[in-house]
Design a protein around this ligand. Structure first.
Ligand code: NAP
Length: 277
């Protein structure tokens, strides 16, 4: 079986070209505010990549950098400032924040209109009910990739390994809203390999290198790997899957670029809304 490569890098590039045209039509450049708290080098890299993507489409990013010792109250105050700044269209609070901070409270302080990374409880609830909200960027990016390659979703068995608030949970709701039959697995799931074998669509969102083994994947499945680990491997043992699946996301170049493209697209949408477009 020759599997379709779900090329997130190529699709993200195409989306950026379209976004650059939309940005040109706006009176004011969209501004994404990025908040980076603490010294995690991976987080700093992700924020930089998001800022670079803003530049590529002609947008601006406003960087807020806070020390490792920041308190919940201090971070909430920064978010309030950005909520009240009419020049800012979207707010990204880079996850994870240092342990002393109540991350959920901070995410939930972001105003719904500026929640372009789709992290608020309010936005999640609206999305779950089929109402408009900006989607959580990683699963929303995965949905765009599935749609671009016309992967059938309706009626299919989707198995998601991971139930985090920014990835596994919203992924489950997005697939369910599109009429997939969804199973969500986590660290207490029994007979995980057997459950994964039922998946027509399998999403790896565990955060452990090659944790999902090739022989857990059924022949013809669509394999989505959200993980990224040193050495360019994901959460799924992809090399053992490529010959038997029907489609897969490469690592790198699959899910990662789509997350950033989705964040940028949702910021452009927020800016268009402000200008009544
Ligand atoms: P997370 O918050 O650490 O969540 C991991 C999930 O995996 C949890 O729900 C956990 O279950 C589950 N899990 C852990 N060990 C397990 C086991 N032995 N069996 C079954 N399930 C297990 O991670 P995350 O933020 O969702 O990220 C997941 C992966 O996606 C990571 O590799 C991360 O780097 C990647 N990611 C990529 C992007 C991107 O843009 N490309 C964005 C975000 C994340 P419990 O709930 O029971 O603890």
């Amino acid at each position: 079986m020759t599997a379709i490569v779900l090329d997130g890098k190529a699709l993200a590039k195409q989306i950026e070209i379209e976004l650059a045209e939309r940005v040109k039509k706006l009176k004011n450049k969209p501004i994404l505010a990025t908040i980076l708290v603490g010294d995690d080098p991976a987080s700093a890299t992700y924020v930089k990549m998001k800022g670079n993507a803003c530049q590529r489409v002609g947008m601006e990013s406003q960087k807020v950098i806070l020390p490792e010792s920041t308190t919940t109250e201090q971070l909430l105050a920064e978010i309030d400032k950005l909520n009240n700044n009419s020049n800012v269209h979207g707010i990204l609070l880079q996850h994870p924040v240092p342990k002393q901070i109540d991350e959920r409270a901070c995410f939930d302080r972001i105003s719904l209109a500026k929640d372009v990374d789709g992290v608020t409880t309010h936005g999640f609830g609206r999305m779950a009910m089929g109402e408009f909200a900006y989607g959580s960027a990683t699963p929303a990016g995965i949905m765009k990739l599935l749609d671009h390659y016309k992967i059938p979703i309706k009626g299919k068995r989707a198995v998601i390994v991971g139930r985090s608030p920014i990835l596994g949970k919203p992924m489950a709701l997005m697939l369910m809203n599109r009429h997939a039959t969804v199973t969500v697995c986590h660290s207490r799931t029994e007979n995980l390999a057997e459950v994964v074998k039922e998946g027509d669509i399998v999403v790896g969102a565990v955060g452990r290198p090659e944790f999902i083994k090739g022989d857990w994947i059924k022949v013809g499945a669509v394999v989505i790997d959200a993980g990224y680990h040193p050495g360019g491997i994901g959460d799924i043992e992809l090399k053992a899957v490529i010959d038997k699946c029907s489609a897969y996301t490469p690592v790198p170049g699959g899910v990662g670029p789509m997350t950033i493209a989705t964040l940028i697209m949702q910021t452009v949408e927020a800016a268009e809304k402000v200008e009544g477009k």
